[in-house]
Design a protein around this ligand. Structure first.
Ligand code: ZN
Length: 323
């Protein structure tokens, strides 16, 4: 599928963004131009042509029809701190030993199931003056649009790290979102010998990420354009892998945000993937005071249980529970 660059005006950009389940604010205009330049695929091109023929009516239909949650998969790369140290082993580095603080080098993100990949990276001059404000702002816009964030180690790393950059750059907290962390699931539900994204991808037969070593970070800190480009590519690959790993783990996630709530479907909806292709299993989940029938999602394979009790009312009266 060859994605071709297309020049779009505001309305056309809004239309393409809506097809992708996004908002126009995810995109930036070309420098000093009133238009956007975006790669679109054949399917989007066809819909764009239709839109250009029928103009606005299609956009309105589209914007009102979709109640799917906006699920953002993202990953960041940061610059290491630099410091004066007295040795290699078990160092306690005081604040005054710090030469420079960490900052964001690049980010990559995509909306779940959407082929478009977004990313941003510092320019060499921004690296030299350690100014990540531009790319922090562009990622903030996506946070602000998202209903759910998917990361690998985002609970402990990506999200708090970005929050630090947001507050330092005077940005407000983004609108509330829920989080899914594939590292947490990998640790909690499985016994893999490594829970690194790379390793998980390997176990699942997903194409591995590219090689990096510390020298790449050194070259980036020196403002080398080629290294920064490579960092962005590496960041993008991680996001692509993360989407695949997430989909493998998704049916196993017990506390997955309930996609049925977002979609507001009439039919029973899989809480994991939002599909209405769910089937009764004839099995039950038991608590100490009740039982509930289980359903299986025929698309993602996830299991869910109905919320209304299957335990007969007349028998409930005579039920006793251990203390
Ligand atoms: Zn499902």
């Amino acid at each position: 599928m060859a994605n071709k660059k297309e020049t779009l005006n505001d309305e056309e950009m809004e239309f393409i963004a809506s097809l992708r389940g996004q908002n126009i604010s995810s995109y930036n205009k070309r420098k000093n131009r009133p238009s956007y330049s975006v790669r679109i695929n054949d399917k989007e091109k066809k819909q764009l042509n239709k839109f250009r023929e029928n103009n606005k009516s299609l956009l309105d239909i589209h914007l009102s029809a979709s109640k799917q949650p906006k699920i953002l998969i993202f990953d960041i790369e940061t610059a290491p701190m630099r410091a004066y140290v007295w040795g290699r082993w078990k160092q306690n580095i005081h604040l005054e030993q710090t030469i420079s603080e960490w900052f964001a080098l690049s980010w990559s993100a995509k909306w779940l199931n959407n082929p478009n990949i977004m990313s941003d990276v510092l320019t060499p001059s921004e690296v030299i003056i350690e100014d990540d404000k531009r790319i922090v702002k562009s990622l903030w816009k996506l946070f602000n649009e998202a209903d759910i964030l998917i990361t690998h180690n985002g609970y402990k790393f990506d999200v708090p790290k970005m929050n630090s950059r947001f507050v330092l750059h005077g940005l407000n907290p983004p609108y509330p979102y829920r989080q899914i962390d594939t590292l947490t699931t990998a640790r909690k539900e499985f016994g893999f010998s490594s829970n690194k994204l790379d390793a998980l991808a390997g176990y699942f037969g997903i194409e591995h990420k590219s090689d990096t070593n510390f020298n790449l970070w050194v070259r980036c800190l020196q403002g080398e354009q080629e290294a920064l480009n490579y960092m962005e590519e590496y960041n993008i690959k991680d996001v692509v892998i993360l989407e695949e790993v997430y989909k493998k783990l998704r049916p196993w996630m017990k506390n997955h945000p309930n996609l049925g709530l977002y979609a507001e479907n009439e039919d029973e909806t899989c809480p994991h993937c939002g599909s209405t292709n769910v089937a009764d299993t004839g099995t039950f989940s038991y608590t100490n005071v009740s039982k509930f029938s289980n359903v299986r999602c025929l698309d993602c394979g996830g299991i869910a249980r109905r919320r209304t009790s299957d335990y007969p009312k007349d028998k409930r009266k005579r039920l006793v529970v251990s203390v």
